[in-house]
Design a protein around this ligand. Structure first.
Ligand code: SF4
Ligand code: SF4
Length: 281
């Protein structure tokens, strides 16, 4: 049968927080029996926007990643719940029963993504319910999706086979797949949040005039093997992206017509902007 999935485009999210507000508007002071008790006005972020800044000036970028319950198919929270307090519906949505879960504070720690919030007043664990109460009324998308002006959040109700194909075709990823939880929330362009780049600007000096070097060949090497090669743009800029964080030692080798070859060693822990790389004759 068809099941719900969420696809989030990290590159398009502008951090406007409309999805966060829509979630609060839907749930603060509103009780949806069998789905979710009211959300506290302060402190709970069932949908939250994470921020990642990469590089250093002048080459710097910022990405925003909305996070929420992943509605995992292999959910540790379901395993940890007593009295069947957390269940997975046939359509893939995970629901924390607002009555059965009362007092089960340990469930907050059962989520490896920190997506369960403790409601101190009601003494229950809570999370984003994919707007299951609205979908059951015939809504085609959760509110987070309907308010997103950039189309960064899209829900899809399709078969697992169709979703697997979509994930392959569009290079969608889930958060921390090594945890084995099988999330139903997928991310597009996740590298903008969880990977590094090595970038820089290349120039030469003619007397007092600074010239950006266009079309310089820049090779990225690791253990003497060339793993990528690009040319600088009109501003003399280059950027190797999608490199794993903390992936160790790299060498940048630069060649340009009429200039001496230049090599730079880089230890990559987080994104690196190599400033002012001057070539000489
Ligand atoms: S509404 Fe869309 S663009 Fe705005 S923060 Fe949420 S996902 Fe990002
Ligand atoms: S993200 Fe956390 S709360 Fe949501 S289903 Fe997975 S383990 Fe449970």
């Amino acid at each position: 049968m068809d099941k719900w999935n969420l696809i989030i485009d990290v590159e398009n999210c502008t951090n406007c927080n409309m999805c966060v507000l829509a979630c609060q508007d839907e749930h603060v002071d509103n009780d949806f029996p069998n789905y979710a008790a009211p959300m506290p006005k302060h402190g709970a972020r069932w949908i939250e926007i994470m921020r990642k800044e990469r590089g250093q000036a002048p080459m710097i970028d910022v990405a925003y990643m909305p996070v929420m319950c992943n509605h995992c198919d292999n959910a540790p929270c379901i395993e940890a719940a007593e009295d069947g307090a957390i269940t997975k519906r046939e359509d893939g949505i995970v629901i924390i029963d607002p009555i059965k879960s009362k007092g089960q504070k340990h469930l907050v720690d059962s989520c490896p993504y920190d997506r369960i919030w403790w409601n101190e007043e009601l003494e229950i664990p809570q999370t984003w319910i994919f707007d299951a109460h609205l979908l059951d009324e015939g809504w085609k998308q959760p509110r987070a999706s309907t308010v997103c002006a950039t189309g960064s959040i899209i829900a899809k109700k399709i078969s697992d086979e169709e979703m697997a194909k979509l994930a392959r075709d569009e290079n969608l990823e889930v958060l921390e797949p090594e945890k084995g939880t099988k999330p139903r929330v997928y991310y597009k362009k996740l590298y903008r949040y969880d990977s590094c780049f090595i970038g820089g600007s290349i120039y030469a000096k003619k007397n007092t005039i600074i010239d950006c070097i266009q079309d310089a060949v820049v090779k990225l090497k690791q253990n003497t093997a060339v793993i990528a090669e690009i040319k600088t743009d009109i501003f003399g800029d280059f950027k190797f992206d999608k490199l794993p964080e903390g992936s160790g030692d790299y060498q940048i080798e630069i060649t340009a017509d009429g200039f001496n070859k230049k090599s730079i060693d880089v230890v990559l822990n987080e994104s690196v902007t190599l400033k002012d790389i001057q070539l000489s004759k």
